[in-house]
Write a protein that binds this ligand. Structure first.
Ligand code: PBG
Length: 325
């Protein structure tokens, strides 16, 4: 009989044995910390929906980055909250905009010691909260938006980003950004494409973190993916690879492990997964009511994301996991 008898049980006997045969190992090298920097505040502001996460000042951001670096965390992804929002999100490409200034601060602090990723989108910067330019009829103008993304990419690259990460799910955004970067002599700046990004209910706490409300009770279902669909995720990933993405992302993570696993089969590019704000907040909320052991579930979820095939994980758990590993 091919049944392995009691072998599997034997190999689970002690913690050391289990360690020895573990197939998946979560490491601090797998983690990227999402960080928020807000213009016009004197002290960091706690984000009620994201226990333990803050909107940073430029100073407190640099301090956090330094501490993450000393914990061995390889990278951060930066989101900005500007004082002024307008129809086009112009602060997103202003050389003196908050993310550009913060990128320079971080670069001065860590040199090449850490990977600096800039989230590339305009929803934090627009008064209507959409990821693209909105026409009079309320629809999002894809092609006008990707021109703007090109400008944002150039501003972020000039400010020192190693990687720009377009998260707006516009068609053709990767190609437009690659061309804009190359034209501006930033051939070395990489693109991490949020390729398979679903119109998820799990982004709620993030919107509070970046102070975004979508106008007229709107949603992102015309540009983000329908969670009922699997095949279009693969098409999006393939398209981004063809357009010149250097890495791709699946987002959110835990409800989309099947997509991560399939992505692994169709691309050799590094795959990132975003364990998003709602996933983090659910762990924290359940743990605070003693319904689960939050530390255990955090490790379990992040390990599962790796087991599914992700090469690295963007997670608000980065700091605490780095401290325990
Ligand atoms: C868009 C963006 C969002 C997130 C990352 N980039 C929000 C959205 O698409 O509505 C969500 C991240 C999270 O929930 O942790 N700029």
């Amino acid at each position: 009989m091919s049944f392995p008898n009691k072998r599997l049980r034997r190999l689970r006997k002690t913690p050391a044995l289990r360690r020895l045969v573990a197939e998946t190992r979560l490491n601090v090298d797998d983690l990227v910390a999402p960080l928020f920097v807000r213009e016009g505040i004197d002290d960091p502001v706690s984000i009620p929906s994201l226990t333990g996460v803050q909107q940073h000042t430029r100073e407190s951001l640099v301090k956090e980055v330094r501490e993450l670096q000393s914990l061995g965390v390889p990278g951060i992804i930066l989101f900005g909250i500007p004082e002024q929002k307008d129809h086009q999100g112009s602060q997103a490409w202003n050389p003196d905009g908050i993310v550009q200034l913060a990128l320079q601060d971080c670069r001065d602090e860590v040199g090449e010691g850490m990977v600096l990723i800039a989230d590339l989108c305009i929803d934090e910067y627009t008064d209507h909260g959409h990821c693209g330019v909105v026409r009079e009829d309320g629809s999002v103008d894809n092609d006008e938006t990707i021109n703007i993304y090109g400008r944002v990419a150039q501003a972020q690259a000039r400010a020192g980003a190693d990687i720009v990460a377009p998260s707006g799910m516009m068609d053709g955004q990767v190609r437009a950004i690659r061309e804009a970067l190359d034209k501006d002599n930033h051939e070395e700046v990489a693109i991490l494409a949020y390729s398979a990004k679903y119109a998820s209910g799990l982004y709620g706490p993030f919107r509070e973190a970046v102070d975004v409300t979508i106008a007229d009770g709107g949603d992102r279902k015309t540009y983000q993916q329908d969670w009922r669909n699997r095949r279009e995720a693969l098409a999006e990933i393939q398209a981004d690879e063809e357009e010149g993405a250097d890495m791709i992302m699946v987002k959110p993570a835990i409800s989309y492990l099947d997509i991560i696993a399939e992505a692994r089969n169709i691309t050799d590019l590094p795959i990132a997964a975003y364990h998003v704000s709602g996933e983090y907040a659910m762990i924290k909320a359940a743990a605070s009511q003693n319904l689960i052991d939050g530390d255990v579930v955090a490790l379990e979820q992040l390990t599962a994301i790796k087991r599914a095939g992700a090469d690295f994980i963007l997670t608000y758990l980065t700091r605490e996991i780095a401290e325990t590993l």
